[in-house]
Design a protein around this ligand. Structure first.
Ligand code: ADP
Ligand code: F6P
Length: 320
């Protein structure tokens, strides 16, 4: 393969720029031409491609967001949209496509691969960590670290006023951001869509912790359950301690990528291009048991995300 394109799609994630850099530099190393597609599938449909050179990706490894910009594009879900996307690839003579995004973006890549024969490689880029085939997605580590920074600050003020803080984190239908932020911040309770909640149990846990000398409580709630505001209203009716909601929101999607995300980006981008160089498409790259892997894209998107119950139980046991 001599000419490839890459795009970033869906919610942006820290580390996307580092992955763009790794794709471009690896492709140039192998003597390939690379085009960047602007605004994800929307740009592919509209024909917004720009050539990317060695220096186009200088000084971006440390930047959050995505220089290629991203979009949610409903047209890509239609046959007409998909045909326009394929026509753009043909017009530019693109032989392979790298898609950096989440579950939805991978479905678009799968359609291009399966129905139109475009060799595609998916790089998991989403803060949600909601893809089963890979232990971690690009951006998750940074997002959790951003949440930790905010939760640490909340703990200071909540302890001073002996309050309960209900902190809402993102993750769409997945509770991983809540789970990891909860364990790493020492939160007493996490509420995730995979498990649900029992308010009697939560009130008991709070009362027990106060009886054991705690002066504050942190409850992390995943957005897939309900808003922090709504949860706080329900809880306030059941407790005399002051409850305060905080929604972290899009702050957790920005910022300079962590070391872990930069390392993933370098390896994912490199593996993606090596596959295309060897004429291999229709794969996704990931990390499993600390090893970079690739697997069939259709198989990967059909896997149902499981929840780490052992980690959940660990939190229950150590956060009292
Ligand atoms: P993410 O990739 O972060 O999960 P989305 O679910 O919003 O984000 O998906 C990103 C984009 O991928 C969508 O806006 C759409 O353009 C494309 N996409 C999602 N699902 C499909 C599908 N079933 N077929 C084709 N394209 C899709
Ligand atoms: O997929 C990333 C994500 O941040 C989810 O956690 C969240 O549900 C969604 O995107 C928010 O989307 P938007 O930025 O379009 O509001």
């Amino acid at each position: 393969m001599k000419k490839i394109a890459l795009l970033t799609s869906g919610g942006d994630a820290p580390g996307m720029n580092a992955a763009i850099r790794a794709v471009v530099r690896t492709a140039i190393y192998f003597g390939m031409e690379v085009y960047g597609v602007e605004r994800g599938y929307a740009g592919l449909i509209d024909g917004d491609l720009i050539p990317l050179e060695m220096r186009s990706v200088s000084n971006i490894v440390q930047c959050g967001g995505t220089r290629l910009r991203s979009a949610r594009c409903l047209e890509m879900k239609t046959k007409e949209g998909q045909e326009k996307a394929v026509a753009t690839l043909k017009k530019y003579g693109i032989e392979g496509l790298v898609v950096i995004g989440g579950d939805g973006s991978f479905r678009g890549a799968e359609v291009l691969a399966r129905d139109y024969g475009v060799p595609t490689i998916g790089i998991p880029g989403t803060i949600d960590n909601d893809l089963e085939y890979t232990d971690y997605t690009l951006g998750f580590d940074t997002a959790v670290n951003t949440c930790l920074d905010i939760i640490n600050k909340l703990r200071d003020t909540m302890t001073s006023h002996e309050r309960i803080s209900v902190v809402e984190v993102m993750g769409r239908h997945c509770g991983d951001i809540a789970l990891y932020s909860g364990i790493a911040s020492g939160a007493e309770i996490i509420v995730v869509p995979e498990i649900g909640f029992d308010m009697d149990d939560i009130v008991n846990r709070i009362n027990r912790s106060r009886a054991n000398g705690k002066h504050s409580n942190i409850i992390i709630i995943a957005e897939g359950v309900m808003s922090a505001e709504k949860f706080s209203e329900i809880l306030q009716e059941r407790t005399t301690y002051d409850v305060r909601p905080t929604c972290i929101g899009h702050v957790q999607r920005g910022g300079s990528p962590s070391m872990a995300d930069r390392m993933l980006a370098a390896q994912f981008g490199n593996r993606a291009v090596r596959l295309l160089k060897d004429g291999i498409g229709n794969r996704v790259v990931g990390i499993r048991d600390n090893k970079i892997i690739d697997m069939d894209i259709i198989e990967a998107v059909s896997m149902k995300k499981t929840f780490n119950n052992e980690l959940y139980e660990t939190l229950q046991m150590i956060s009292m």
